[in-house]
Design a protein around this ligand. Structure first.
Ligand code: G
Ligand code: G
Ligand code: MN
Ligand code: NA
Length: 241
């Protein structure tokens, strides 16, 4: 309860900030964009989004916080601090009937090129496929791209990517963790990633592999055909500048 009350004031007290983690091209390791990851700086210390995003969702604050994230990322793009950004969208935000219109308003207010922005949604946002189809079409019409985050960890993976207009697939760390290990588990993990990449290729989706922590992982994932890599090996989430 106390934390929820504090979260209410986090925006006006200027306690929210974004960390950015680089996403690199798998072939050349060049930074192609950044994922925005929210942080809450309280007087008592940093609170993880794993803790306060669920709180924001249950307290009806996620709409406000989500738009704050989008606006800040758009401003950082506009000021040239970064070239491309992806922003995580909660399933609850995505469900709001005014969501696409709100996004449009932020884009217009800030004056950012929608081409520079990716919205990351999880499969749980797509459970209502008919609703998702409408929202995705609206967002697409704004010129944004959509990434399916944490691919493979939800319920609806295959039907979602088969029927919905997403452009990017992010392979969850649970699939990439063992890739590159010189063990049977490593070989199996690589085969799973390969088959996901083949599926994505057939659907003309770009693939980002997440959770890349070692050069062995990076090498194997690159050879498996992933287009982009992200993880501590290339850079941890950090403030800009
Ligand atoms: O950085 P990490 O500990 O940063 O993030 C933990 C979880 O919080 C992840 O599932 C991540 O997607 C989520 N998260 C980080 N930033 C945001 C945000 O701005 N909005 C939403 N909805 N989730 C976020
Ligand atoms: O749910 P989503 O994929 O948006 O969240 C990404 C989460 O993974 C964030 O908490 C981010 O800080 C974390 N993360 C990013 N790279 C790595 C990594 O290489 N290893 C681990 N363990 N976590 C990572
Ligand atoms: Mn994400
Ligand atoms: Na993810």
């Amino acid at each position: 309860v106390e934390l929820t009350a504090a979260l209410h004031h986090s925006v006006s007290r200027d306690e929210l900030l974004l960390h950015y983690q680089p996403v690199v091209g798998a072939q050349d390791g060049r930074v192609v964009g950044h994922e925005a990851l929210i942080r809450w700086q309280r007087p008592s210390g940093l609170v993880s989004p794993a803790e306060f995003i669920p709180l924001a969702e249950s307290a009806g604050l996620i709409g406000m916080i989500g738009l704050w994230v989008l606006r800040r990322a758009a401003q950082d793009l506009r000021s040239g601090l970064i070239e491309r950004a992806s922003v995580n969208v909660s399933a609850l935000e995505f469900e709001h009937p005014e969501y696409a219109r709100r996004v449009q308003r932020v884009l217009e207010e800030v004056g950012v090129d929608p081409d520079q922005l990716v919205l990351e949604i999880t499969e749980s946002a797509l459970l209502d496929a008919r609703r998702a189809e409408v929202v995705l079409a609206e967002l697409r019409a704004l010129g944004l791209r959509i990434a399916l985050d944490d691919f493979g960890t939800g319920y609806s993976s295959l039907s979602a990517i088969a029927t919905l207009p997403v452009q990017i697939m992010k392979i969850n760390q649970s699939f990439t963790r063992d890739v590159g290990l010189p063990t049977p588990a490593g070989a199996r993990a690589l085969e799973v990633v390969r088959s996901i990449v083949a599926l994505a290729g057939a659907l003309q989706l770009e693939v980002v592999a997440e959770g890349v922590e070692t050069p062995e992982q990076a090498q194997a994932l690159m050879q498996s055909g992933c287009h982009y890599l992200q993880g501590y090996y290339f850079g941890r989430p950090a403030p800009l500048g």
